[in-house]
Design a binder for this molecule. Structure first.
Ligand code: ATP
Length: 370
């Protein structure tokens, strides 16, 4: 088992002509971690992966693998292996031959190759499947074979470019667990890129949230979900309700934000922004649908929002109430279904309460597209 080799991006800039695809990225990926770059299409994730694998030279800055600067080192000389969405297994080769293709090129004997293939098949939980053809496996099994093939070359770092996106939803969800388990077993560094927040949250030790070439936040999934650093991170990862306004008062790590429609609201300031929100600043407050609750009649104060219910839906595990709130923006409330009866509120005004610890304020900024 490898101790894991770290990867560092230092002041990395990547330009295509005048277009800046990656802007001053600084990332430290710990050896043996499962690290994800998460962001919408076109934000620069693949470009970063290409710079790590050596298929692209950065315009400025450095890529370090295991502390070694990779400048001028070509892709086949780097201790990395890359897995794409398109697996490209050789259809006429048996599974074990596919897995050990890199050894065959180096002249390893059939006996050695078979032994290594069997070890790797064990690793990906597909023992006894080596003599099949790729077409005799399921999509998820083929994906695991592609991983085994990449691992056979004994990379220090495995780079995965949206490897699950061609699979159907159920399989994709199942493969998250599989991938994470394989990564723990081999103990090498995985760098994963995805636009799917569910994948990033379930598998990663740490996540870099990217927006238009810029890394907004690097943290573990729980921190990004509960304590986002920017309006983009708050709105891209998970569902969130946003309230816009100006900071009316600063009270330690809390602020009071005055909004046009909902009055004054009190919120915790996200950790990354503590001390940075001042009176008069444009701010955004985010509250998750599950952090809002129906308030008892006659509630008042600054932990309450009033809104009019537009429609409701029953989703099985939760009952969703959609309301028109601040500036006509929709506010969603998700109440857990604990077997209680739900009274319809459609068309009625309601009051929603929240705990200021579950609300988070950041400077006003760009929101993720809906
Ligand atoms: N060779 C290139 N020449 C010019 N522009 C490029 C080149 N490669 C990428 N880009 C641009 O750089 C930006 C980032 O591209 P990149 O492929 O890294 O995005 P991404 O986040 O991986 O998106 P997706 O999830 O759609 O793959 C895009 O706007 C893309 O058009």
């Amino acid at each position: 088992m490898s101790a894991g080799v770290g990867v560092d991006l230092e002041n990395l800039w990547i330009r295509f002509g005048d277009f800046v695809a990656v802007r001053d990225a600084n990332v430290h990926i710990k050896g043996g971690d499962f690290f994800s770059f998460l962001g919408p299409s076109g934000c620069g994730k693949t470009t970063i992966l290409r710079a790590v694998s050596g298929f692209l030279e950065p315009s400025e800055g450095n890529v370090l693998i295991g502390g070694n600067n990779m400048k001028g080192i070509g892709p086949n000389k780097r201790p990395t292996a890359l897995i794409f969405q398109n697996l490209a297994l050789f259809p006429l080769m048996k599974v074990w031959e596919n897995i050990t293709f890199s050894m065959e090129i180096k002249g390893a004997s059939a006996g050695e190759r078979r032994k290594r293939a069997d070890e790797l098949l064990e690793m990906i939980a597909l023992p006894d499947q080596g003599d099949k053809l790729p077409s005799e496996l399921s999509g998820g099994q083929r994906q695991r074979v592609a991983i085994a093939r990449a691992l056979c070359a004994e990379p220090d770092v495995l780079l995965l470019d949206e490897p699950l996106s061609a699979l159907d939803l159920k399989l994709r969800q199942h493969m998250r667990t599989e991938l994470r388990e394989i990564q723990k077993r081999v103990g090498i560094t995985f760098i994963y890129i995805t636009h799917d927040q569910g994948e990033a949250l379930t598998m990663s030790d740490d996540i870099a949230v990217m927006r238009a070439g810029v890394i907004d936040q690097i943290a573990d999934g729980k921190t990004i979900y509960n304590d986002p650093a920017t309006a983009f991170a708050a709105s891209f990862v998970g569902e969130n309700n946003v309230f816009r306004g100006k900071v009316a008062k600063v009270m330690g790590n809390e602020v009071m934000i005055s909004t046009n429609r909902s009055g004054d609201l009190v919120s915790r300031v996200s950790t990354a922004n503590q001390g940075k929100l001042n009176v008069g600043d444009d701010a955004m407050m985010f509250i998750r649908p599950e952090a809002l609750a129906l308030a008892p009649d006659g509630a008042s104060g600054d932990h309450f929002v009033t809104a009019t219910v537009t429609h409701e839906e029953f989703e099985g595990n939760v009952f969703n109430i959609f309301t028109e709130g601040d500036g006509g923006k929709e506010i969603k409330v998700s109440l857990p279904n604990l077997g209680q009866s739900f009274e319809s509120h459609t068309g009625q005004p309601i009051t929603l309460e929240y705990d200021s610890n579950n609300a988070v304020a950041v400077p006003a900024g760009e929101l993720a597209a809906e």
